[in-house]
Design a protein. Structure first.
Length: 106
């Protein structure tokens, strides 16, 4: 199964526009094996957050991107929950990576 296929199995399915933005943020990695979905979603979410922070995107026009970044991180942790023994370490690493995006901005 690919990352795209894994996303297709999520319920409830996201609205069409949100799914399209998620797919766009993931890009070619959509076709990678679903075993990489945690990292693929985290990287795409980080990249999207970095762009939002860089552009100081706080307007209504940025809402879809903000929702997509949130969804990507949520999906990453949904997938990571399949390996509960690694979840705490993954969460700590993800928080560090996400916080680094904010520190780069300030």
């Amino acid at each position: 199964m690919t990352v795209s296929g894994w996303l297709d199995t999520r319920h409830p399915a996201p609205p069409v526009a949100l799914r399209a933005r998620i797919d766009s943020a993931i890009g070619p990695a959509l076709h990678e094996e679903a075993t990489d979905v945690v990292e693929v979603c985290l990287v795409a979410g980080e990249r999207l957050m970095r762009l939002l922070l860089r552009d100081n995107a706080t307007s209504r026009e940025s809402a879809l991107d903000l929702l997509a970044a949130d969804a990507l991180v949520t999906y990453a942790f949904e997938a990571a929950s399949d390996q509960p023994a690694d979840l705490a370490a993954r969460a700590s690493e993800a928080m560090t990576r996400i916080a680094a995006q904010i520190q780069v901005r300030t």
